[in-house]
Design a protein around this ligand. Structure first.
Ligand SMILES: Nc1ncnc2c1ncn2[C@@H]1O[C@H](COP(=O)(O)OP(=O)(O)O)[C@@H](O)[C@H]1O
Ligand SMILES: [Mg+2]
Length: 417
């Protein structure tokens, strides 16, 4: 494999998965314990928003390994996940898919991870593709007469599939496939003090605020399972998101936030919305929250630091980005990589976001000097950073609405072409 297509996918949030008991330690040890030369599989079961994907990512990070995420969907076909050969200007070339990339990576670095979200959404015919990997440590590439693609005897490949319980309308796992995963831990909603800890740490909000939100979430969850008057579940993800938003916004928007983030999101119809609102009223949710929100509208304990970069740091970021642009152009071949007029295409952004995210985020951070982040805030009401990281939404916005400025930035202000 060419140097140019190594994936870098590292999570940079301050906190990774916070374990409820010892599930993280257990899985880490389990992965350590398997023999080299093996592809091992783990299936994480549990309701949505309990941190399954985050657990998988945190495990990969703890091994300093690259990870490749596949979002399970019935539209995926084998060629997508395995990669495929194609004829390009008279030459055949291989387009890597996440599975082949991960094998390459494991072979080079000793270990890599594949994370498959909602693995049961993958069609049965595609589950087969993973079977040979899990039981015989190689792939049989469908696009090239089942040519073998093999994990070397010194490396490990870890496949972590996540499954949401209770989501209907998607495929069951074939028994033969399920059988090949060696462990199936269940991840359920955390106990109360744990969920408060998760909400506090992940959102950076005040502990008292987290306590009020967790308390309400648990009450609504209880109601949902008791008489089915609420269909959707108040997940830990929602708890964290709500805490994050409410603690970052002025209290005058509290009502809007309660309505939009909790009531309208959870309630499928008017009746459900009413019952959620009633539970919240019964708990004096809004007034309790008002009591803990500071009038300046920032209840965050950890403030997001606005980093000022030095000249040399800035140069380093541009140089690094340039290096990757050369790889990108090499990968897509000159006349296919950029528009005729030298402009960028969406695939440019996509490639960087998938394969060199950190480099790209650091580079886009430099648009701050042009004040584009402020325009973004004005336009959308959103912050260009999330936990200190440039968001994909900000990049999308730049690409869609500020293309000229973006090109100017890339060509003249912080040139990379
Ligand atoms: N145990 C946990 N530790 C840290 N964050 C958690 C935990 N459980 C839920 N979260 C929060 O929920 C979000 C969604 O988690 P995710 O991994 O996508 O859930 P799932 O894959 O189970 O649907 C996380 O980004 C995090 O904010
Ligand atoms: Mg998930």
């Amino acid at each position: 494999m060419e140097e140019s297509i190594i994936l870098i996918s590292q999570n940079r949030s301050n906190y990774g998965y916070i374990q409820q008991n010892d599930e993280f330690d257990y899985l880490k040890n389990l992965i350590k314990s398997v023999e080299e030369g093996t592809c091992m599989g783990v299936l994480l079961h549990g309701p949505p928003g309990t941190g399954k994907t985050l657990l998988a990512i945190t495990l990969a990070n703890s091994f300093n390994a690259h990870y490749y995420i596949i979002d399970g969907s019935p539209d995926l076909d084998r060629r997508d996940i395995e990669g495929y050969w194609e004829l390009f200007k008279g030459e055949t070339r291989f387009n890597f898919g996440p599975l082949t990339r991960a094998i390459e990576d494991a072979n080079k670095k000793g270990i890599s991870f594949i994370i498959i979200n909602e693995v049961n959404a993958i069609r049965e015919s595609e589950q087969i593709s993973l079977n040979s990997l899990l039981s015989e440590n190689h792939l049989n590439l469908i696009s090239k007469g089942f040519e073998r693609y093999e994990l070397n005897p010194k490396s490990k490949l870890v496949i972590i599939g996540t499954l949401n319980k209770g989501v209907i309308g998607i495929n069951k796992l074939q028994e033969a496939f399920e059988d090949r995963f060696i462990a199936s831990p269940e991840i359920d909603y955390p106990i109360k003090p744990k969920e408060i800890e998760i909400a506090t740490k992940m959102s950076g909000c005040d502990r008292k605020l987290a306590e009020i939100v967790v308390d309400a979430a648990r009450q609504i969850r209880k109601q949902a399972t008791k008489d089915f008057s609420i269909t959707k579940i108040f997940s830990t993800r929602l708890v964290v998101n709500f805490c994050l938003v409410v603690s970052s916004m002025p209290p005058k928007f509290l009502r809007n936030n309660i309505e939009n983030i909790i009531i309208n999101k959870l309630g499928e119809n008017q009746e459900e919305k009413k019952s959620i609102a009633m539970i919240l009223d019964g708990k004096m949710f809004e007034s309790k929250l008002r009591g803990v929100l500071s009038p300046e509208g920032n209840s965050k304990v950890i403030q997001e630091e606005e980093i000022e970069l030095s000249e040399t740091e800035e140069q380093r970021i541009i140089t690094n980005m340039k290096k990757h642009v050369i790889k990108y152009i090499h990968f897509y071949k000159q006349d296919n990589a950029l528009k005729k007029n030298g402009g960028i295409m969406w695939k440019f952004i996509d490639w960087f976001w998938c394969y060199n995210r950190k480099t790209f985020q650091d580079y886009i951070f430099l648009t701050k000097k042009k004040g584009l982040h402020e325009l973004y805030k004005k336009d959308t009401g959103k912050n260009y950073l999330f936990r200190g990281e440039i968001t994909l939404n900000y990049i999308k916005w730049l690409y869609r609405y500020k293309k000229q400025e973006l090109m100017n930035f890339m060509k003249n202000d912080s040139p990379i072409f």
